[in-house]
Design a binder for this molecule. Structure first.
Ligand SMILES: [Zn+2]
Length: 473
């Protein structure tokens, strides 16, 4: 059996003016020695011939430039064309890509792949649960399975599940029947984590719907809310060999999600920037973690909005780490000035000009990480250690701080551009707050200028009625 592996994975905020360019993608090719390392589970199938083509991933941002998408897509299609025929294709996706000037970009990709490989091979995709699914996607893919955790601790497990489902269906000659129910609920990821209720209960209900025969798999997609596209929605999916059973499974999950729509909430007190800072400054515990959520780069924020930092400088907490502002020019200035130098400069507000403006600041260069790919510095201004980065950089791991001589647990406050806390950050925090800060991924979604999504949709239409409608593919 011959299986092709490919994918284009990103999450595109249509409210962001920061385009995602070709150079923002990390592109792995089947010819790279490291390609198989992305998919360690392949070693479990020595009898299968896997052909890596191209797997591209980009940090969430604004819409993907059309030329960038076309370039990756055509290379991917060429490799499928020249490397074929294939029995199946595994697609390593995210599911929330927006390409400038095009709706439903993933559906475009899958349709093009189908044209190249023909009607017989099965197409199986793994999704982030923050991906938006359309009817066209359901009609083109044979198998789709999504993460069941947020934070995403089951990413690799989900990829492996997409592969094992694909291989099982090919071996047993199954082309799954798929039930799809769009759930008209728009909810940010920060309210739908599976670490607390009701997300925990809803996602915990998936396993019981799968019997391994009639129902082979089930998925609930929260969807990606910062996408003003007609397909933006939550959904429930079930696939298997029995049409009635997959319909029932999808219906159960969709009804559960809908029933709890009013129960979703943030996992930490969600307050204004000033209130978060005041609370944290009066807290005895340390460190207190604060999420600067409106500019979270892993949700599509630019990563250089200065609002939170400007409020912090005004309130002057005695001991705080701020991670981070992406500003390559400011990083260069600090590196040139050298360790211990006093500098006056303007930082941030260059990538996201809608929600931010450059901030004048003076301070001391306190640490330098001379990474040629992504140089980083710490600028100490008053009691605040401000991390400046060459590239947009999410701070999810402790080591990213210690690389800059900062031990987070030894500081009073650690403020990070993030939404819900990733596991290492959660483990070190003694208290946490979520700041409702401005940015492209503002948590107040009802205040965003949506024009193209399907209505009615909760919470935009809070009193709407709804009954699940099953679509079978
Ligand atoms: Zn996600």
């Amino acid at each position: 059996m011959r299986i092709a592996i490919c994918g284009i994975a990103t999450e595109s905020c249509t409210f962001s003016t920061l385009p995602t360019r070709l150079e923002d993608f990390r592109i792995s090719r089947g010819t790279d020695d490291s390609f198989r390392e992305l998919y360690p589970f392949l070693d479990k199938y020595p009898d299968i011939e896997f052909a890596g083509t191209i797997s591209a991933k980009a940090l969430p941002g604004g819409p993907v430039e059309a030329a960038a998408y076309d370039a990756i897509k055509s290379e991917l299609l060429e490799q499928l064309q020249s490397g074929g025929p294939f029995d199946g294709v595994y697609l390593d996706m995210h599911g929330a890509m927006n390409v400038a000037g095009m709706d439903d970009a993933e559906a475009d990709l899958y349709s093009s792949i189908r044209e190249i490989v023909g009607d017989d091979p099965l197409l199986s995709a793994s999704y982030d649960l923050h991906g938006n699914v359309s009817e066209r996607i359901m009609a083109t893919l044979d198998i789709i399975t999504g993460f069941r955790t947020a934070p995403h601790i089951d990413a690799l497990e989900t990829r492996e599940r997409a592969m094992s489902l694909l291989l099982r269906c090919l071996r047993q000659g199954i082309r799954p029947r798929k039930a799809f129910i769009k759930i008209p609920v728009a909810m940010p990821g920060e309210k739908t984590s599976t670490e607390w209720q009701p997300g925990k209960r809803i996602y915990g209900a998936i396993e019981a719907q799968i019997d391994g025969r009639d129902v082979l798999d089930a998925t609930i997609q929260v969807g990606y809310v910062w996408a003003d596209e007609p397909r933006m929605t939550a959904c429930a999916i079930a696939l298997g060999t029995n049409e009635d059973k997959v319909s029932l499974a999808a219906r159960e999950l969709a009804s559960l999600y809908w029933k709890h729509r009013r129960d979703f909430g943030f996992g930490a007190p969600a307050l204004s920037v000033e209130d978060c800072l005041r609370q944290a400054m009066s807290d005895a515990a340390r460190p207190v973690l604060i999420s600067d959520s409106g500019d979270n780069p892993t949700a599509g924020g630019a990563g250089d909005v200065t609002y939170f930092l400007s409020r912090a400088l005004a309130l002057a907490p005695p001991d705080m780490i701020y991670a981070s502002i992406a500003d390559p020019a400011a990083v260069r200035t600090c590196i040139t000035a050298g360790l211990g130098a006093e500098v006056n400069l303007q930082i941030g507000g260059k990538l996201d000009r809608t929600n931010s403006q450059p901030l004048d600041i003076s301070g001391t260069v306190d640490a330098i990480k001379a990474d040629p790919e992504n140089p980083q510095v710490v600028l100490k201004s008053g009691g605040i250690h401000i991390i400046l980065t060459g590239k947009r950089t999410p701070f999810h791991r402790r080591q990213q701080f210690t690389d800059l001589n900062l031990a987070p647990e030894e500081h009073d406050i650690v403020a990070i551009k993030i939404g819900y806390l990733e596991p290492e950050l959660k483990a070190m925090s003694r208290a946490s707050y979520l700041a409702l800060s401005p940015g492209a991924v503002n948590q107040d979604i009802t205040a965003l200028p949506f024009n193209r999504i399907e209505r009615p949709c909760y919470p935009f239409d809070p009193d709407m009625d709804w009954e699940p409608v099953v679509e079978i593919f």
